[in-house]
Write a new protein. Structure first.
Length: 204
C-alpha cells in the first residue's frame, strides 16, 4: 500500500495503488484441461497433414513414372523405333549399373534409333525428370533400363519398381512383357519377401 501527503500535512493511504490479492492467480484445472485438449487436437492435425504430404508425394511420382512408361510405349508404336527409359543423374546419359537400380536420381526417356540402349547425339530426347526429394524408386540390378519395341512390347522379363516414401511405405509399378503398366499395393507374387521390394525404415 502506498501513501501520499494530503492537505494539512497529514499522511493518507492510497487504496487505489494497493495490489489486489485477486490480480495475480494461476490457471484453473478447467483452463489446463482445455489447453491440453487443444494441444492434442493440433498435434493430431499436424500428424495427419504430414501423412497427407507423404502420400501425395509418392502418388505424384508414381503417376509420373507411369506416364513416362506409357509415353515410351506410345512413341515406340508411333515411330516404329525402340524407346528407352533409364535412370540418369544428368539428363544426358544413362547411369552405369551399381547395385540395385535407382530411379529417383533422375529419369531419361529417348528414342533409340540405333538400338544400342544409349542416348546418342542423333537420338531424340522425349523427356527428362530431375532427382526426387521425398520419394525413392528402385528396381532389380538386372533391370537398368526399360526398352519398348515398335510392337509395343517391353523387352526382357517383367520389371517391378518399388516406390517408397519417407515413412517407409511402398507402392509398386509393374511392367509386363506386353508393355502394360499397372500400380499395385504389393509385388506381382503378392509377397514382400525380397530386399528390392522393401522400403528403408523412416529416418529418425
Amino acid at each position: 500500500m502506498s501513501a501520499f501527503v494530503g492537505s494539512g500535512g497529514t499522511i493518507r493511504s492510497n487504496p487505489i495503488a494497493a495490489t489486489s490479492p485477486r490480480s495475480c492467480h494461476g490457471y484453473s484445472l478447467y483452463e489446463l484441461l482445455i489447453t491440453l485438449a487443444l494441444v492434442g487436437i493440433l498435434s493430431a492435425l499436424g500428424a495427419g497433414f504430414s501423412q497427407l504430404v507423404h502420400s501425395a508425394s509418392r502418388t505424384a511420382e508414381v503417376n509420373t513414372l507411369v506416364t513416362y512408361l506409357n509415353l515410351a510405349r506410345s512413341e515406340a508404336l508411333k515411330r516404329g523405333l525402340p524407346t528407352v527409359l533409364c535412370p540418369s543423374h544428368d539428363g544426358r546419359a544413362c547411369d552405369a549399373p551399381a547395385g540395385d537400380t535407382r530411379w529417383d536420381h533422375g529419369l531419361l526417356l529417348f528414342v533409340d534409333t540405333d538400338g544400342n540402349h544409349r542416348p546418342d547425339p542423333q537420338d531424340p530426347i522425349l523427356q527428362r525428370h530431375e532427382a526426387l526429394q521425398r520419394v525413392s524408386i528402385k528396381s532389380s540390378r538386372r533391370r537398368t533400363h526399360v526398352v519398348y519395341h515398335p510392337d509395343g512390347f517391353s523387352a526382357g522379363t517383367n520389371v517391378t519398381f518399388t516406390v517408397c516414401d519417407a515413412r517407409g511405405q511402398a507402392q509398386y509399378v509393374i511392367v509386363s512383357n506386353n508393355g502394360r503398366v499397372r500400380v499395385a499395393p504389393l509385388p506381382p507374387d503378392g509377397r514382400i519377401d525380397e530386399d528390392i521390394e522393401r522400403c528403408p525404415p523412416p529416418a529418425g
